[in-house]
Design a protein around this ligand. Structure first.
Ligand SMILES: Cc1ncc(COP(=O)(O)O)c(C=O)c1O
Length: 399
């Protein structure tokens, strides 16, 4: 297991695509591990050679076994995490087990949550929920005090992101869970932008449920996400959004009243996407080898390097400067940020751009300091040579 930040570069060889680009977009899609190809090939072999019996040779249990592997990275005990197709559906399954009553009908969230989840949360009003969206003054942070004030005895559930996707602002989970507990409310935490880069101990934090996905910092490719539910809560919940994988005895094919399985399996529904689960194993392996504390230490160092350079160049940033308040991304917001991002991508410096978030740059454990410098030098160069202008045609000015 790597111990120092330099040791982490020893894992670079596991990611062949890093040789042909500057990869700073792991907050969106983690680089492909070499072993993912092998896992997909072995999936195809299993399908070809084992046929239907592949279900008994590991496919059926994959939703649990992979969930346990992810649980180890998140401080979740065995049997408390199960795989899901995506984060939006993971949240929907959990919410389908939550009752909104006349006296306890509030779903408290924030205006800076990922849009897909806001769409889902607002839809809960059809089930009697009163959705409270705590606003942001600066578009970067959510004032903790304001969020805590929004949680009261009418609150059924607080549904928030650990690290915000747009600004990488890290919310104070401890304070939020404490307040929710005092008020008798549940906490549903989106850890998509923290799992694999920012340490979190879900059990110690007392979070009731959490969901995240594998395709970003966990380098697992699209099609896999996960749901954690606090073990002592699981069996008291009955998801309405369910299916035969969640049945106590799925092979009875019973059409009588639904009997959910005991444990986290009751949050499953239909047949999982086995190829995606197999591909994701490779990323989870390599992130586990790297170790979250080492990944975080390197991330803080490289994101600080980006922030220092932004200060020197007088470029705006859309991410908090304080390391404890930020995740693994820096939103760099120089003049003409959108066009600059297009010019960077053309040079095979992979970043992305979000309105209000600027150019999102995310060094991960496999990146070299020189790659970060190369991306920042390229921004200076693109601005100095005005080569961003080519990308401005037919587009409103975005600053
Ligand atoms: C914090 C956060 N939550 C949720 C999502 C969306 O997840 P999914 O597409 O798996 O529903 C994203 C995707 O970028 C995200 O960054």
């Amino acid at each position: 297991m790597p111990r120092t930040q330099d040791d982490l570069l020893g894992l670079r060889a596991e990611f062949p695509s890093l040789e042909s680009c500057t990869y700073l977009v792991s907050h969106s899609l983690g680089a492909m591990p070499r072993a993912a190809e092998e896992r997909l090939a072995s999936y195809a072999r299993e399908w070809r050679e084992l046929g239907n019996s592949a279900w008994n040779e590991g496919w059926w249990r994959l939703s649990w076994t992979l969930g346990d592997r992810i649980g180890q990275l998140l401080g979740a005990p065995p049997g408390s995490v199960v795989m899901q197709p995506n984060v939006t559906l993971a949240a929907a399954v959990f919410l389908s087990a939550v009752e909104f009553t006349k006296d306890r009908n509030r779903l408290v969230t924030t205006a800076l949550n990922f849009p897909s989840l806001l769409y889902l949360f607002r839809g809960q009003s059809d089930r009697g929920a009163h959705v409270v969206e705590v606003p942001s003054d600066d578009g970067i942070t959510i004032e903790t005090e304001r969020l805590l004030e929004a949680i009261d005895a009418r609150t059924r559930i607080v549904a928030i992101s650990h690290v915000l996707f747009r600004s990488s602002y890290r919310q104070d989970v401890e304070a939020i869970v404490t307040r929710a507990r005092e008020c008798g409310a549940l906490v549903l935490l989106d850890v998509y932008q923290s799992a694999g880069t920012v340490p979190i101990d879900l059990a110690a934090a007392g979070v009731d449920a959490a969901m995240g996905g594998c395709l970003k910092w966990l380098c697992g490719g699209p099609g896999t996400a996960f749901l954690y539910v606090r073990p002592d809560l699981v069996d008291s919940l009955r998801p309405r959004m369910t299916g035969w994988f969640a049945h106590r005895d799925p092979f009875a094919f019973d059409t009588g009243p639904f009997e959910p399985a005991g444990g986290i399996g009751r949050f499953l529904h239909g047949t999982p996407a086995i190829p995606a689960l197999r591909a994701a194993e490779a990323g989870i392996d390599v992130v586990t080898r790297a170790g979250i504390p080492s990944i975080r230490a390197k991330s803080v160092r490289l994101t600080s390097r980006i922030l220092d350079r932004c200060a020197a160049e007088e470029w705006a940033v859309r991410t908090p400067r304080e390391p404890n308040q930020r995740g693994g991304v820096v939103g760099v917001d120089p003049p003409h940020a959108y066009e600059v991002s297009r010019a960077l991508i053309e040079e095979r410096i992979f970043v992305d751009y979000r309105p209000g978030g600027g150019i999102r740059m995310a060094p991960h454990f496999y990146n070299e300091d020189a790659e970060v410098d190369h991306a920042l030098d390229s921004i200076s160069d693109i601005l100095a040579r005005e080569s961003w202008k080519r990308f401005a045609e037919g587009r409103e000015e975005v600053t």
